[in-house]
Design a protein around this ligand. Sequence first.
Ligand code: FES
Ligand code: FE2
Length: 436
Amino acid sequence: MPRGGLTRPEGIDPVIDVSGMVDPDGGLVDRRIFSDPTVYSQEMRRIFARSWLFIAHEDQFKKPGDFFQTYMGEDPVIACMNKKKEIRVLLNNCRHRGARVCRADMGQTKNFSCTYHGWTFDLDGKLINVPAQESYASDFNPADWGLVTAPRVESYKGLIFANWDAGAEPLEDALGDMKWYIDAFMDRDPEGTCVVGGVTKWVLDGNWKLAAEQFATDWYHVNMSHASALMVLSPTGKGPKKEIAQRTGRQYNDDHGNGAGFPVHPRNRFDAQPVHEYYDYEFLRERLSPEQVMGPLTNGHATIFPNFSYLPVNGSIRVWHPKGPNKMEVWSWTVLDKGMPEDVRHAQRLYNLRTFGPSGIFEQDDGENWSECQANAHAFMVGNTALNYQMGLGTEKHEEGFPGTTSELYSDAAGRAVYRRWRELMSTPAWHENKE
Ligand code: FES
Ligand SMILES: [Fe+2]
């Protein structure tokens, strides 16, 4: 990042050795990683400044000038379509005094004009207008003062990700075998997917990792935490049938910290009846594979490390934006297949809101759990007591039909993989630390 003639003193960004704070092989996690401000600021530098981070869905950009404001870690960014119809991701931070140059959540524009002194930037982040430029010295060059731009922006099946690390491995390599599981959600329709209903946003008291790891690894909580929701949804009103309460399935994990879990059942189905009736399962078995239709097509949960998660049966994609060690902001979209008729779209959108909107019958249970786990994480004795991630230790395997490493449905294997990746990145200098 250009810093001109400034020199930042050693020690202003302290680096601590966190390697002893998680033990992925033994399944132990130090509670302080959820509450310590030094750990948190190191996460911003060593995880968020060099991982592929979800930005938006391609459907949000149709013509040049379409833009969407979001965050990479805590850094505000603008994603916009430039005149060549490429997606640019710009740091939303004026190079003059640091005001945001865009304050709207989303919209259409020709350029981004800072409301403080009027510096104006084009859709590629180039500085194109400086009021009273003649008052600067003759060697002032606007070309030196464009918005900082994410050097890498790549998409997979409609999902746009960006990375501050110019030398990062390609997005598809970072997704690896996880692509097969994503395809079961995002590649059912040859025409692809779209997003509807805008972005729903809410704030939770809880560290971002609590949500990210749960979506990677935790089917275990479903019967207990969501008992009342399952009762409401059961046809008899007395609770789910035995085969729903005691499901078997698989959990995927990989060395990038991605994880997914899902029941496997030959008669898998979508919960919203119009959606279930819409799908031609035979067509899906041919387009995808029988294993994808039996497993990750419908019910399930997943996280792309670090903070992007999704739920196929609900059509929900979401980001857990970190807001300090004790807070996260959830941003949630509803994804639909482009070919769905209006009544099916309507049913799926409402189903997502009812279950996993901010007041959804499942979402409220999850948020309550994370806030509960966060509430005392900073306390001394609590902070000195290790957490248990030992479920399914040693069950990791390679299995015909399910790519990558899998484990059982009820397992912490993907959680251990999240923290293995977390420890690896937190312990390795990032691209911005390697300056001469
Ligand atoms: S802060 Fe943007 S023009 Fe001055
Ligand atoms: Fe849940």
